[in-house]
Design a protein around this ligand. Sequence first.
Ligand SMILES: Nc1ncnc2c1ncn2[C@@H]1O[C@H](COP(=O)(O)OP(=O)(O)OP(=O)(O)O)[C@@H](O)[C@H]1O
Ligand SMILES: [Mg+2]
Length: 277
Amino acid sequence: MLVTGKNISFTYDFGGAAFALQDVDITIAQGEFVAILGCNGSGKSTLVKHFNALLQLQQGALKVAQIDVGNTEEIWLLRRLCGMVFQNPDNQFVSSVVEEDIAFGLENYEVPRGEFPARVRSALALVEMDGYEKRAPNSLSGGQKQRVALAGVLALEPEIIIFDEATAMLDPSGRQEVVKIMHKLHKTGKTIIAITHYVEETVAADKIILMHQGRVLACGHPRAILTDLDLMKKAELIPPLPVRLYYDLQQAGVNLSNCPLTNEEFVEAICQFRSKT
Ligand SMILES: Nc1ncnc2c1ncn2[C@@H]1O[C@H](COP(=O)(O)OP(=O)(O)OP(=O)(O)O)[C@@H](O)[C@H]1O
Ligand SMILES: [Mg+2]
């Protein structure tokens, strides 16, 4: 397992009663695409900030890429292996030139200078931003900024990439661009951890970790999680539209054979129903 966590509990007010995480167990395999889904304040960011030691473990055990996150000697290696992209693209730049911004991260992690040009070029190519080397980050669209921020992480050649609501501030097309790149990176073998409260973005994940009030409420395949109305209600989330339509149709006496997760599956289920009747 690439990530193994056991009995992780955390309070921001150390020793206080309000747990931001309580008894969280988690496993993530190499190459998995995991969505962490949960309503506001459910503990998603707090959990992943433990993965690269942005927050210190208070209780429990956590290993990421064979590294014990409490081992301060390995912290830089851990942060290089486990890259993170955050919500607001504007807060992630330190330079006014794209290539310098990416190189800054390489410098921090003591990558040999001779490798900079090739690493910058290939990272920008991966996020489909070739040719933007000389641009100012603040002259880019939200989606493009987020992709450049991601290139900065990719240049460090991480094993795991965590997207903490990296699409939340983007318009639908910017969101799609970033989601498409997440899946492309997954296909190249990267382990992807995508935090979101857009249920639609979790449909294609290998696994969903559903969080609520600092606990893992459920963990499983998107189909098992997203079509379970009681579970979604407990998590204070609204299931994807095709799932809601499936149950609404059922109430109206129309029984589709399978509960669809995507619009395409919904159309297919309706066509099947029509051909049967
Ligand atoms: N820096 C902080 N200081 C004190 N409490 C915090 C801090 N950050 C988060 N919390 C609290 O910890 C709990 C979990 O918050 P967290 O940010 O992990 O949730 P989240 O699932 O990422 O939410 P969101 O969807 O809003 O990003 C919440 O009750 C929150 O108020
Ligand atoms: Mg958060």
